[in-house]
Design a protein. Structure first.
Length: 232
């Protein structure tokens, strides 16, 4: 009989009670008709729910084990008793299949309650006001700030070195590619400087031939306002 334990001695009975959380006992007799009717139901419950040291399903023959039957005050057959940690918590008399199934379902929950509580304590929880998980900084924002600082540092060091190692520090700083205002001024004056070079070449060729073109006038080139290291 799968999942069922047949009690053969009082010592076996006591050992099972002390070593198992839940014990479901069927006190029966071979000559009892209702005992034979409900036996398949009890065997099915044992096959589904029996678990070593957690829940055990046992059969006690009252004729071969009268001491165990008297100790548990069994007076009618079949009688089902449910024990938790050695103490009887429920008794069912008669072939009550519904009552037996409901009682076994409650007993199974009692057998698994200790295990579920242990699992609950192993799960890490969060406390009120506890330390939260730090957020990762935005890669775009940090990269943009770092790039701006790096460009500023390169421009500053470049202007310093160019002006330091030149005879005319101010002029060198103005013409340096590290001057951030130099690029802006060259872009805005690009179209005007192109026309100026064309007129200059024309006047040069005219003066070389001795004839000055009529209506041509040369405008003095304005000096671009550059900021040097001294201005910073």
């Amino acid at each position: 009989m799968s999942g069922l334990i047949e009690i053969n001695s009082p010592s076996q009975w006591q050992s099972l009670l002390s070593g198992t959380t839940i014990v479901v006992a069927d006190f029966y007799a071979d000559w009892c008709g209702p005992c034979k009717q409900i036996a398949p139901i009890f065997q099915g419950l044992a096959s589904r729910h029996a678990c070593p040291q957690k829940i055990a399903f046992v059969k006690v023959n009252v004729d071969s084990q009268p001491e165990v039957a008297q100790q548990n005050r069994v007076s009618a057959m079949p009688t089902f008793k449910i024990f938790q940690n050695g103490s009887c918590i429920q008794t069912i008399q008669g072939a009550d299949a519904t009552g037996l199934s409901q009682a076994v379902a409650k007993a199974v929950q009692l057998a698994g309650a200790g295990k579920s509580r242990e699992a609950g304590f192993k799960t890490p929880g969060r406390t009120l006001g506890g330390e939260s998980v730090p957020r990762r900084p935005s890669a775009f924002g940090s990269g943009l700030q770092l790039g701006q600082l790096l460009n500023l540092l390169i421009s500053f060091v470049g202007l310093y070195l160019v002006s330091f190692f030149s005879f005319d520090g101010q002029k060198a700083a103005e013409n340096s590619r590290f001057n951030i205002h130099n690029a802006r001024q060259s872009r805005t004056a690009g179209s005007g400087s192109g026309s100026g070079f064309g007129s200059g070449s024309g006047s040069g060729s005219g003066s070389g031939s001795g004839a000055k073109p009529s209506g041509s006038s040369t405008r003095p080139q304005q000096r671009a306002a550059f900021k040097t290291l001294a201005d910073l």
